[in-house]
Design a protein around this ligand. Structure first.
Ligand code: B12
Ligand code: SF4
Length: 525
């Protein structure tokens, strides 16, 4: 092998239910950072973002690749390149092929692509990484015989040490943060220490990606939608919510970049690609008031005139009027809070340390400063009772009255790596050797029917469907009354599009679900 290696990084296509709401793929930030790290070390990097094509191509997904029955009249497609097209693109002299696998809902199609490439390109070294691979590396290795290893957690140092171990013929056991195939089963090396000096990370290698093809969710001041790229200012989260994979994937240490380094990256990306719209993909960006104010002031000082937002949810504790003022005046026009439930009892159960009055206060301030406010909610959390549902409905009505622009309502799914997943898995609620869990989870994004609820308090999924509808109607009916303008916009354009959801299709799906309903979908714990 040469001193330097040739590495091909692939984001696999996205799996979805045919004719369901369109699922959009945002720029793969983690993969772009890994590409930059590898390039900096002198390696040759090829990037294939197979989830994005110019014409939004959809490829029928062969149901023979699934070892469970699909619900009647459902069929699957992948958005992006076909397996053959991906293979055709991979440079023949590639040494390592690295798959970036973020969402476990895509596992069945990720596996199909990995196995396809393993068969078509024998002799290449295949590795997988990302949130999904980190949460269930054993399933990846078990179901993809051609895969050599999974990178668990942060990938920058692990990939470099992995390559160094190969070059120096050292055992992979010397590389922390890996699971690989040993002679007597899988070997998991110790967890890797988190990166602390985040300022030393390179700027994501966007020059390798089709930046103009990604969704453009942010409006410029002239009303057009400009190219949007993500970045990250902090890593990790000090909280331990039981439904979240962060404590396992990143641990609870929270490290921040300096405001200067973040602004430098924005300046660079603006000058290179003309990008003035940025999304912060931080787990929970606003924890330190001082940092946000320094950062916002610096942005204003540099006169970058960018628009930025937090699409993935943040905490509200540190967001007071001074912070809101700083955010809004420096170009942050949108903020997403993630209360998840309006019931204090549920919040305690899931260890989401949200203080509802404080959250309301923070949202009110954001509205006062003319920001768009979104909230993320989850329905179907284990332990949720009827009374909690009604409390959440009241909460949603208050949010609508207060001016919240939209709500993202997700059905609870246990994601590999989260405490709730481990708990339900230990109880034998699902079997990962069958694809039923993954296929069922797919319906969480694409439809509001046909999937399991993991709740022992409210066992009827029909009732849950009704509650789902109640959540939506609580919010939108109050929005209709108190903020007609926003309501009209939502019905017209389906702003949930930003998350791959579509309100109109959901409502149609709900009624279809009632008509064709059978109650075998409740998980009985
Ligand atoms: C931003 C974000 C989004 C964005 C879009 C992100 C995107 N690119 O598509 C939005 C808001 C749209 C979104 C939506 C959803 N999201 Co989201 N999202 C995130 C978030 C907060 C950050 C992702 C990110 O970019 N992180 C920063 C980068 C740097 O990290 P990274 O990608 O993991 O990369 C590192 C390593 O994984 C590794 N690595 C990655 N690739 C590679 C490749 C190689 C070769 C190597 C060596 C290493 C490597 O190295 C990187 C650097 O250290 C994560 C939480 C998190 N913990 O990260 C959730 C997360 C990914 N989302 C999650 C979920 C569930 C969803 C939704 C399904 C929610 C819902 N119910 O609607 C939807 C799905 C939407 C869809 N269309 O599929 C889950 C996924 C869990 C799982 N196992 O499936 C996460 C983990 C949050 C959680 N609940 O725990 N999300
Ligand atoms: S849900 Fe948010 S606050 Fe809770 S652990 Fe995950 S990232 Fe942190």
């Amino acid at each position: 092998m040469n001193h330097y290696m040739k590495i091909c990084l692939i984001r696999p296509p996205k799996l979805m239910i045919k004719n369901a709401s369109s699922v959009v793929s945002f720029p793969p930030l983690g993969m772009a950072i890994i590409a930059a790290v590898l390039k900096n070390e002198g390696h040759k990097v090829q990037v294939i973002d197979a989830a994005i094509t110019e014409n939004n191509q959809q490829v029928p997904f062969d149901s023979n690749n699934i070892n469970t029955k699909l619900p009647s009249n459902a069929s699957l497609v992948t958005t992006g390149l076909s397996c053959d097209e991906v293979v055709d693109l991979i440079d023949a002299d590639t040494d390592i092929i690295g798959f970036s696998c973020m969402f476990s809902i895509d596992w069945v199609s990720d596996r199909t692509l990995i196995n396809f490439i393993g068969e078509k390109m024998p002799g290449k070294l295949l590795i997988a990484a990302g949130e999904s691979a980190s949460g269930m590396p054993d399933i990846f290795l078990k179901q993809c015989p051609g895969l050599t290893a999974c990178v668990i957690g942060e990938g920058e140092e692990t990939i470099l040490e992995f390559i160094a171990a190969l070059k120096e013929n050292k055992s992979l056991q010397t590389v922390n943060g890996l699971m690989f195939r040993g002679t007597d089963g899988f070997i998991k090396t110790p967890k890797r220490e988190r990166l602390r000096q985040l300022d030393q990370l390179p700027i994501p290698a966007w020059e390798e990606f089709p930046v103009t093809r990604y969704p453009r969710p942010i409006k410029n001041s002239d009303g057009t939608n400009g190219i949007t790229l993500p970045l990250i200012a902090t890593r990790g989260c000090p909280y331990r919510c039981t439904f979240c994979t962060s404590p396992d994937m990143w641990g609870t240490r929270y490290f921040m970049r300096s405001p200067e380094s973040v602004v430098r990256e924005m300046e660079y990306v603006k000058s290179m690609f003309g990008v003035i719209n940025f999304e912060f993909f931080d787990l929970t960006a606003i924890i330190q008031k001082k940092w946000v104010i320094e950062f916002s002031n610096l942005l204003k000082e540099k006169k970058l005139n960018v628009v930025w937002r937090f699409p993935a949810g943040t905490r509200s504790e540190a967001i007071d009027e001074e912070v809101i003022e700083a955010l809004s005046s420096s170009g942050c026009k949108e903020i997403m809070y993630a209360p998840e439930s309006g019931s204090e009892r549920v919040l305690e159960l899931i260890k989401k340390k949200v203080i509802i009055p404080k959250l309301m206060e923070s949202m009110q301030l954001a509205k006062k400063h003319d920001m768009r406010v979104y909230i993320n909610m989850i329905i179907g959390l284990p332990g949720e009772r009827h009374i909690d549902i009604f409390k959440t409905c009241l909460f949603l009505m208050r949010c609508a009255k207060l001016g919240v622009n939209d709500v993202g309502l997700a059905k609870f799914r246990p994601y590999p790596g989260s405490a709730l997943f481990d708990d339900l898995h230990k109880k034998g609620i699902f079997d990962l050797n069958s694809d039923e869990y993954f296929i069922d989870s797919l319906f969480v994004v694409d439809s509001i029917v046909l999937n399991k609820f993991y709740n022992t308090e409210i066992r009827s999924s029909k009732l849950y469907m009704f509650y789902y509808f109640l959540y939506l109607s609580s919010f939108y009916s109050f929005q209709f009354i108190f903020q007609f303008k926003n309501f009209k916009r939502i019905m017209d354009y389906g702003t949930m599009y930003r998350y791959g959801l579509n309100l109109k299709k959901d409502i149609i799906g709900l009624f279809q679900g009632f008509l064709t309903f059978n109650d075998k979908s409740t998980a009985r714990a």
